[in-house]
Design a protein around this ligand. Structure first.
Ligand code: APR
Ligand code: PHB
Length: 396
């Protein structure tokens, strides 16, 4: 969309055209709320990002109700369980223990593609190449969002601003430092992810705990596999040629899968550092943060995208309450409601990360307790049920 007029107006301005911003735009457009989304990168760049691929039951429902679930339901792979392996033995986590719910394996790239297509169909205004985005007047009734396109200045007068600009975004910087607490923790490991046009190792995900380090066997479809290896935080892609990755995966995955794994050329290879970050509060005056702009967690529990979507569930409904019923209660309670689910999810992601990853300098007691917890999961249906409830997603 080319912005013709330099002075624009909207009820809500969304900063960030990733999954969070696009879903918020889609739901607000469906509710006839005037929204403009500013995205700093090109659409192709946004769609080129390879990210996670597990969609919670609640996210699937949210996308379906927003009119964006059709391809997910037809092309996404419904999963009712996954394997956890340790010491060459594996056991299955039956996700239907969590009230019969399942998850869908469907790449975030596909979700973002579907969201862009749905927004286009509604005639949503998504402005790409927006640079030097800044916000003024958040303590007034009509904040302004300024930005430039190819050096030309634009201003949008609005009622509210949604900061959906991810972990490197600017919106959180407009909350006064004294009003904001940023909680941070860094894990001593990273994930090396690869995408390969190969048959997945198994028809369900395999989370492998191993002395050499964690490995995850996932997929995008029956001919596209996604694998991850735990590495240290100080490695380079050049340290990991494809051959070394496949050898390491074979060592860490259970024998019954590593002997049959199909190897092939990687079509994408990247590192992700494991960390948790939470910005509190997730709102200040007329600014509301959602998604990675407000929180980051290790990908072990496949929660990043899903938590962004539960934020959007709360925030979109709060805007609808305001514009359709004239009530600000949900807007005033947004941060408290969203953070309750954020902290539950941070806790689960930390627990699952510590359960499955092998610290470089693990002491014997820690390793013993880790193996004991894995054994308890294997033995106890109640322990597996608790994991399943968190994995499919705690209620909104
Ligand atoms: N102005 C406009 N857009 C910006 C700015 C800015 N100053 N800074 C960042 N952006 C854009 C980024 O280019 C990106 O497209 O905001 C978007 C934020 O999208 P994401 O980082 O994908 O975050 P979010 O929409 O919250 O989705 C969370 O995406 O990256 C994954 O792991 C993450 O699964 C999680 C999900
Ligand atoms: C993925 O397929 O990218 C994926 C799956 C499960 C996770 C993390 C990533 O926990």
């Amino acid at each position: 969309m080319k912005a013709k007029n330099q002075n624009l107006k909207a009820q809500v301005v969304i900063i960030g055209g990733g999954p969070a911003g696009l879903l918020l735009s889609q739901i607000l457009m469906n509710a006839n709320i005037e929204v403009i989304t500013l995205e700093t990168r090109t659409r192709n760049h946004v769609l080129s990002r390879i990210r996670a691929g597990v969609i919670e039951y609640g996210s699937m429902e949210l996308l379906k109700n927003a009119g964006v679930g059709e391809r997910l339901l037809s092309e996404g792979i419904k999963h009712s369980g996954f394997l956890i392996s340790s010491q060459n033995k594996d056991f299955r986590i039956d996700l239907t223990l969590a009230g019969g719910k399942s998850v869908y394996v469907y790449g975030q790239t596909e979700i973002t593609t579907d969201l862009y297509k749905a927004n286009d169909k509604l005639g949503a205004t998504v402005i790409h190449g927006a640079k030097n985005v800044s916000i003024q007047g958040l303590t007034t009734k009509n904040p302004q969002v300024s930005f430039e396109i190819s050096g030309k200045p634009y201003h949008i007068i609005c009622d509210y601003v949604a900061g959906c600009d991810g972990s490197k975004g600017v919106s959180k910087n407009f909350i006064p430092k004294e009003k904001m607490t940023v909680h941070k923790t860094q894990y001593p490991y990273s994930w090396l992810g690869i995408l390969s046009k190969t048959k997945p190792a198994h028809d369900e995900l395999i989370y492998a705990s191993h002395e050499r380090g964690f490995a995850l066997a996932s997929m995008r479809n029956e001919n596209l596999s996604r694998y991850y290896l735990q590495t240290t935080n100080h490695e380079n892609i050049s340290d990991w040629p494809d051959e070394k990755i496949w050898d390491e995966l074979k060592k860490r995955l259970p024998n019954e899968f590593s002997t049959t794994i199909e190897i092939g050329e990687s079509i994408e290879k990247s590192f992700t550092g494991l960390r948790s970050i939470v910005v509190e509060p997730m709102q200040w005056e007329r600014l509301f943060l959602a998604g990675d702009a407000a929180h980051i967690m290790p990908p072990t529990g496949a929660k990043g995208l899903n938590l962004a979507f539960s934020d959007i569930h709360y925030l979109a409904n709060a805007f609808i309450d305001f514009y359709q019923k004239g009530s600000s209660n949900s807007l005033n309670q947004y941060s408290e409601r969203a953070l309750a689910r954020v902290w539950q999810t941070i806790r689960f992601s930390k627990w699952m990360t510590n359960l499955l990853h092998t610290p470089a300098k693990i002491n014997s007691i820690e390793r013993k307790l880790q193996l004991l917890e894995l054994q308890e999961l294997s033995d106890s249906i109640l322990a597996r049920k608790a994991l399943a409830e968190n994995y499919v997603g705690v209620p909104y």
